[in-house]
Write a protein that binds this ligand. Sequence first.
Ligand code: HEM
Length: 286
Amino acid sequence: MSQRLADYDRLKLEELNYNSYLKVPELTSLQQLRSDPMHHDEMFFIVIHQSFELWFKEMLHEVDLLAANFTKGEVARSLKVLKRVQAIMTCLTQQIQLLGTLTPDEFAGFREALGTGSGFQSVQFREMEFACGQRDPWFFQFFEARPEERARLEARFNRPSLYDYFLRAMAADGFDVPKSVLNRDLNTTHQLNDDLVILLRDLYQDPGSAYHWVLACEALLDLDNEWSNFRSAHILMVSRTIGGKKGTGGSSGVPFLESRLSLRFFPELWEMRNSDWKTSAIAGAE
Ligand code: HEM
Protein backbone atom coordinates (compact mmCIF):
# COMPACT_ATOMS: atom_id res chain seq x y z
CA MET A 1 0.00 0.00 0.00
CA SER A 2 1.39 3.42 -0.88
CA GLN A 3 2.13 5.87 1.95
CA ARG A 4 -0.48 8.20 0.57
CA LEU A 5 -3.19 5.51 0.76
CA ALA A 6 -2.14 4.49 4.29
CA ASP A 7 -2.33 8.12 5.44
CA TYR A 8 -5.71 8.44 3.82
CA ASP A 9 -7.03 5.30 5.62
CA ARG A 10 -5.69 6.51 8.99
CA LEU A 11 -7.35 9.86 8.48
CA LYS A 12 -10.61 8.15 7.59
CA LEU A 13 -10.46 6.00 10.75
CA GLU A 14 -9.78 9.03 12.90
CA GLU A 15 -12.77 10.78 11.43
CA LEU A 16 -15.00 7.77 11.86
CA ASN A 17 -16.25 7.43 15.40
CA TYR A 18 -19.55 6.76 17.16
CA ASN A 19 -20.77 10.31 16.68
CA SER A 20 -19.67 10.81 13.10
CA TYR A 21 -20.85 7.38 11.94
CA LEU A 22 -24.30 7.76 13.52
CA LYS A 23 -24.48 11.48 12.84
CA VAL A 24 -25.42 12.06 16.45
CA PRO A 25 -24.93 15.85 16.37
CA GLU A 26 -27.27 16.12 13.39
CA LEU A 27 -29.80 13.74 14.94
CA THR A 28 -29.90 15.53 18.27
CA SER A 29 -30.29 18.91 16.63
CA LEU A 30 -33.58 17.91 15.00
CA GLN A 31 -35.81 18.42 18.05
CA GLN A 32 -37.08 21.93 17.51
CA LEU A 33 -39.75 22.96 19.97
CA ARG A 34 -42.46 25.35 18.78
CA SER A 35 -44.28 26.12 22.03
CA ASP A 36 -43.82 29.66 23.27
CA PRO A 37 -43.22 29.93 26.16
CA MET A 38 -41.41 26.60 25.89
CA HIS A 39 -43.38 23.67 27.29
CA HIS A 40 -41.20 21.03 28.95
CA ASP A 41 -43.21 18.06 27.56
CA GLU A 42 -42.99 19.08 23.91
CA MET A 43 -39.46 17.59 23.74
CA PHE A 44 -40.84 14.23 24.90
CA PHE A 45 -43.61 14.38 22.29
CA ILE A 46 -41.18 15.16 19.47
CA VAL A 47 -38.66 12.46 20.46
CA ILE A 48 -41.39 9.79 20.57
CA HIS A 49 -42.71 10.69 17.13
CA GLN A 50 -39.26 10.96 15.58
CA SER A 51 -38.25 7.56 16.90
CA PHE A 52 -41.48 6.10 15.47
CA GLU A 53 -40.54 7.50 12.08
CA LEU A 54 -37.05 5.93 12.29
CA TRP A 55 -38.60 2.55 13.03
CA PHE A 56 -41.10 2.98 10.18
CA LYS A 57 -38.10 3.59 7.92
CA GLU A 58 -36.45 0.39 9.11
CA MET A 59 -39.65 -1.62 8.68
CA LEU A 60 -40.07 -0.43 5.10
CA HIS A 61 -36.47 -1.46 4.47
CA GLU A 62 -37.29 -4.96 5.75
CA VAL A 63 -40.56 -5.18 3.83
CA ASP A 64 -38.63 -4.52 0.61
CA LEU A 65 -36.30 -7.37 1.50
CA LEU A 66 -39.31 -9.61 2.11
CA ALA A 67 -40.64 -8.83 -1.36
CA ALA A 68 -37.26 -9.80 -2.85
CA ASN A 69 -37.03 -12.99 -0.75
CA PHE A 70 -40.52 -14.17 -1.67
CA THR A 71 -39.83 -13.42 -5.34
CA LYS A 72 -36.77 -15.66 -5.13
CA GLY A 73 -38.79 -18.34 -3.30
CA GLU A 74 -36.67 -17.97 -0.14
CA VAL A 75 -39.33 -18.75 2.44
CA ALA A 76 -37.01 -19.66 5.33
CA ARG A 77 -35.10 -16.39 4.98
CA SER A 78 -38.40 -14.51 4.90
CA LEU A 79 -39.35 -16.02 8.24
CA LYS A 80 -36.40 -14.40 9.91
CA VAL A 81 -37.19 -11.01 8.37
CA LEU A 82 -40.87 -11.27 9.32
CA LYS A 83 -39.80 -12.00 12.89
CA ARG A 84 -37.79 -8.80 12.96
CA VAL A 85 -40.64 -6.67 11.57
CA GLN A 86 -43.02 -8.15 14.12
CA ALA A 87 -40.50 -7.55 16.93
CA ILE A 88 -40.25 -3.89 15.92
CA MET A 89 -44.04 -3.58 15.90
CA THR A 90 -44.17 -5.11 19.40
CA CYS A 91 -41.64 -2.54 20.50
CA LEU A 92 -43.71 0.29 18.96
CA THR A 93 -46.84 -0.90 20.73
CA GLN A 94 -44.86 -0.68 23.97
CA GLN A 95 -43.44 2.69 22.98
CA ILE A 96 -46.87 4.24 22.56
CA GLN A 97 -47.43 3.51 26.28
CA LEU A 98 -44.78 6.11 27.08
CA LEU A 99 -47.37 8.72 26.21
CA GLY A 100 -49.34 7.51 29.21
CA THR A 101 -46.96 9.72 31.22
CA LEU A 102 -48.40 12.79 29.47
CA THR A 103 -51.46 14.11 31.31
CA PRO A 104 -54.29 15.80 29.35
CA ASP A 105 -53.41 19.23 30.73
CA GLU A 106 -49.72 18.78 29.87
CA PHE A 107 -50.62 17.89 26.28
CA ALA A 108 -53.12 20.75 26.08
CA GLY A 109 -50.25 23.00 27.18
CA PHE A 110 -48.51 22.68 23.80
CA ARG A 111 -51.11 21.06 21.49
CA GLU A 112 -51.65 24.39 19.74
CA ALA A 113 -48.02 24.31 18.61
CA LEU A 114 -48.80 21.26 16.43
CA GLY A 115 -51.18 23.27 14.23
CA THR A 116 -52.86 20.83 11.85
CA GLY A 117 -49.98 18.35 12.16
CA SER A 118 -51.43 14.85 12.47
CA GLY A 119 -50.52 11.16 12.13
CA PHE A 120 -52.56 11.33 8.90
CA GLN A 121 -49.51 13.01 7.38
CA SER A 122 -47.06 10.22 8.25
CA VAL A 123 -46.06 9.06 4.80
CA GLN A 124 -44.07 6.13 6.16
CA PHE A 125 -46.97 4.79 8.25
CA ARG A 126 -49.20 4.93 5.18
CA GLU A 127 -46.47 3.35 3.05
CA MET A 128 -46.34 0.45 5.51
CA GLU A 129 -50.11 0.05 5.33
CA PHE A 130 -50.04 0.14 1.54
CA ALA A 131 -47.05 -2.23 1.42
CA CYS A 132 -48.84 -4.72 3.66
CA GLY A 133 -51.99 -4.47 1.54
CA GLN A 134 -54.40 -1.98 3.13
CA ARG A 135 -54.93 0.45 0.23
CA ASP A 136 -57.40 3.25 0.80
CA PRO A 137 -56.94 6.10 -1.75
CA TRP A 138 -58.78 8.45 0.64
CA PHE A 139 -55.45 9.02 2.41
CA PHE A 140 -53.79 10.59 -0.66
CA GLN A 141 -55.52 13.89 0.21
CA PHE A 142 -53.06 14.42 3.07
CA PHE A 143 -50.12 14.52 0.65
CA GLU A 144 -51.47 16.82 -2.09
CA ALA A 145 -49.15 19.64 -1.07
CA ARG A 146 -46.13 17.31 -0.94
CA PRO A 147 -45.54 15.85 -4.42
CA GLU A 148 -42.45 13.86 -3.41
CA GLU A 149 -44.26 12.04 -0.61
CA ARG A 150 -47.32 11.53 -2.76
CA ALA A 151 -45.14 9.93 -5.44
CA ARG A 152 -43.63 7.55 -2.88
CA LEU A 153 -47.08 6.59 -1.71
CA GLU A 154 -48.33 6.08 -5.24
CA ALA A 155 -45.41 3.77 -5.97
CA ARG A 156 -46.37 1.61 -2.97
CA PHE A 157 -50.03 1.76 -3.98
CA ASN A 158 -49.31 0.33 -7.43
CA ARG A 159 -46.77 -2.30 -6.41
CA PRO A 160 -47.73 -5.83 -5.27
CA SER A 161 -48.31 -6.01 -1.52
CA LEU A 162 -46.47 -8.25 0.91
CA TYR A 163 -49.42 -10.66 0.69
CA ASP A 164 -49.25 -10.62 -3.12
CA TYR A 165 -45.55 -11.53 -3.02
CA PHE A 166 -46.27 -14.26 -0.49
CA LEU A 167 -49.13 -15.78 -2.49
CA ARG A 168 -47.16 -15.61 -5.73
CA ALA A 169 -44.34 -17.52 -4.01
CA MET A 170 -46.85 -20.15 -2.86
CA ALA A 171 -48.17 -20.46 -6.42
CA ALA A 172 -44.62 -20.79 -7.75
CA ASP A 173 -44.11 -23.61 -5.25
CA GLY A 174 -47.07 -25.52 -6.69
CA PHE A 175 -50.00 -24.36 -4.55
CA ASP A 176 -53.25 -23.78 -6.41
CA VAL A 177 -53.67 -20.13 -5.43
CA PRO A 178 -56.85 -18.79 -7.12
CA LYS A 179 -56.07 -16.97 -10.38
CA SER A 180 -58.42 -14.13 -9.43
CA VAL A 181 -56.24 -13.51 -6.37
CA LEU A 182 -52.96 -13.67 -8.29
CA ASN A 183 -54.25 -11.34 -11.02
CA ARG A 184 -56.10 -8.95 -8.73
CA ASP A 185 -56.19 -5.21 -9.32
CA LEU A 186 -53.21 -3.97 -7.27
CA ASN A 187 -54.76 -0.54 -6.72
CA THR A 188 -57.22 -2.00 -4.27
CA THR A 189 -57.24 -3.78 -0.94
CA HIS A 190 -57.26 -7.57 -1.31
CA GLN A 191 -60.72 -8.97 -0.54
CA LEU A 192 -61.41 -12.19 1.32
CA ASN A 193 -61.38 -15.16 -1.06
CA ASP A 194 -63.17 -18.36 0.03
CA ASP A 195 -61.06 -20.67 -2.16
CA LEU A 196 -57.92 -19.26 -0.60
CA VAL A 197 -59.37 -19.92 2.87
CA ILE A 198 -59.84 -23.58 1.89
CA LEU A 199 -56.34 -23.82 0.44
CA LEU A 200 -54.80 -22.46 3.64
CA ARG A 201 -56.99 -24.65 5.84
CA ASP A 202 -55.85 -27.72 3.88
CA LEU A 203 -52.23 -26.62 4.20
CA TYR A 204 -52.53 -26.36 7.99
CA GLN A 205 -54.47 -29.62 8.24
CA ASP A 206 -52.10 -31.62 6.13
CA PRO A 207 -48.84 -29.75 5.47
CA GLY A 208 -46.76 -32.80 4.61
CA SER A 209 -43.27 -31.53 3.80
CA ALA A 210 -44.53 -27.94 3.40
CA TYR A 211 -44.60 -27.05 7.09
CA HIS A 212 -42.38 -24.04 6.40
CA TRP A 213 -45.39 -22.48 4.64
CA VAL A 214 -47.46 -22.93 7.81
CA LEU A 215 -44.72 -21.15 9.75
CA ALA A 216 -44.68 -18.35 7.18
CA CYS A 217 -48.48 -17.98 7.50
CA GLU A 218 -48.17 -17.81 11.27
CA ALA A 219 -45.44 -15.19 10.98
CA LEU A 220 -47.69 -13.07 8.75
CA LEU A 221 -50.49 -13.48 11.26
CA ASP A 222 -48.15 -12.35 14.05
CA LEU A 223 -47.47 -9.18 12.10
CA ASP A 224 -51.19 -8.54 11.50
CA ASN A 225 -51.82 -9.23 15.19
CA GLU A 226 -49.14 -6.77 16.25
CA TRP A 227 -50.39 -4.06 13.86
CA SER A 228 -53.79 -4.43 15.45
CA ASN A 229 -52.28 -4.25 18.95
CA PHE A 230 -50.61 -1.00 17.92
CA ARG A 231 -53.95 0.41 16.71
CA SER A 232 -55.61 -0.55 20.03
CA ALA A 233 -52.78 0.89 22.13
CA HIS A 234 -52.89 4.13 20.10
CA ILE A 235 -56.67 4.46 20.61
CA LEU A 236 -56.39 3.95 24.38
CA MET A 237 -53.57 6.46 24.57
CA VAL A 238 -55.58 9.00 22.49
CA SER A 239 -58.60 8.46 24.81
CA ARG A 240 -56.57 9.23 27.89
CA THR A 241 -54.80 12.23 26.33
CA ILE A 242 -57.59 14.05 24.47
CA GLY A 243 -60.74 12.10 25.45
CA GLY A 244 -63.53 12.52 22.86
CA LYS A 245 -62.06 15.63 21.22
CA LYS A 246 -61.48 15.89 17.46
CA GLY A 247 -58.04 15.16 16.02
CA THR A 248 -55.64 17.83 14.80
CA GLY A 249 -56.01 16.22 11.35
CA GLY A 250 -59.74 17.01 11.37
CA SER A 251 -61.15 13.54 12.08
CA SER A 252 -63.63 12.69 14.84
CA GLY A 253 -60.65 11.32 16.81
CA VAL A 254 -61.32 8.10 18.76
CA PRO A 255 -64.48 7.08 16.76
CA PHE A 256 -62.51 7.43 13.52
CA LEU A 257 -59.60 5.38 14.87
CA GLU A 258 -62.00 2.72 16.17
CA SER A 259 -63.51 2.39 12.69
CA ARG A 260 -60.11 1.13 11.50
CA LEU A 261 -59.52 -1.30 14.32
CA SER A 262 -60.99 -4.31 12.55
CA LEU A 263 -58.87 -3.91 9.39
CA ARG A 264 -56.74 -6.94 8.59
CA PHE A 265 -53.89 -7.30 6.07
CA PHE A 266 -54.28 -11.06 5.60
CA PRO A 267 -58.01 -11.82 6.03
CA GLU A 268 -57.88 -15.50 5.01
CA LEU A 269 -55.39 -16.25 7.78
CA TRP A 270 -58.04 -15.10 10.26
CA GLU A 271 -61.05 -16.54 8.46
CA MET A 272 -59.56 -20.04 8.23
CA ARG A 273 -59.63 -20.15 12.04
CA ASN A 274 -63.39 -20.73 11.71
CA SER A 275 -62.83 -24.07 9.98
CA ASP A 276 -64.07 -27.32 11.49
CA TRP A 277 -60.72 -28.90 12.17
CA LYS A 278 -60.35 -32.68 11.93
CA THR A 279 -58.99 -34.09 15.15
CA SER A 280 -55.56 -35.47 14.44
CA ALA A 281 -52.80 -36.77 16.62
CA ILE A 282 -49.40 -35.12 16.20
CA ALA A 283 -46.68 -37.66 16.63
CA GLY A 284 -44.44 -36.73 19.54
CA ALA A 285 -41.00 -37.99 20.42
CA GLU A 286 -41.08 -41.62 21.49
C1 HEM B 1 -50.60 12.58 22.45
C2 HEM B 1 -50.31 11.78 21.46
C3 HEM B 1 -51.23 11.46 20.32
C4 HEM B 1 -52.51 11.85 20.10
C5 HEM B 1 -53.41 12.72 20.95
C6 HEM B 1 -52.91 11.28 18.83
C7 HEM B 1 -54.14 11.46 18.25
C8 HEM B 1 -54.51 11.00 17.01
C9 HEM B 1 -55.79 11.24 16.39
C10 HEM B 1 -56.95 11.98 17.03
C11 HEM B 1 -55.76 10.67 15.18
C12 HEM B 1 -56.86 10.69 14.12
C13 HEM B 1 -56.48 11.59 12.98
C14 HEM B 1 -56.61 13.05 13.27
O1 HEM B 1 -57.72 13.59 13.23
O2 HEM B 1 -55.57 13.69 13.54
C15 HEM B 1 -54.46 10.07 15.02
C16 HEM B 1 -54.06 9.38 13.92
C17 HEM B 1 -52.84 8.80 13.80
N1 HEM B 1 -51.80 8.83 14.71
FE1 HEM B 1 -51.85 9.61 16.53
N2 HEM B 1 -51.89 10.54 18.33
C18 HEM B 1 -50.83 10.62 19.20
C19 HEM B 1 -49.61 10.00 19.09
C20 HEM B 1 -49.21 9.25 18.01
C21 HEM B 1 -47.93 8.61 17.88
C22 HEM B 1 -46.81 8.58 18.91
C23 HEM B 1 -47.91 8.05 16.66
C24 HEM B 1 -46.78 7.31 16.08
C25 HEM B 1 -46.34 7.53 14.87
C26 HEM B 1 -49.18 8.33 16.02
C27 HEM B 1 -49.54 7.94 14.75
C28 HEM B 1 -50.75 8.15 14.19
C29 HEM B 1 -51.11 7.66 12.88
C30 HEM B 1 -50.22 6.86 11.96
C31 HEM B 1 -52.41 8.06 12.64
C32 HEM B 1 -53.25 7.70 11.42
C33 HEM B 1 -54.03 6.44 11.84
C34 HEM B 1 -54.82 5.78 10.74
O3 HEM B 1 -55.01 6.34 9.67
O4 HEM B 1 -55.33 4.68 11.01
N3 HEM B 1 -49.94 9.03 16.88
N4 HEM B 1 -53.72 10.29 16.16
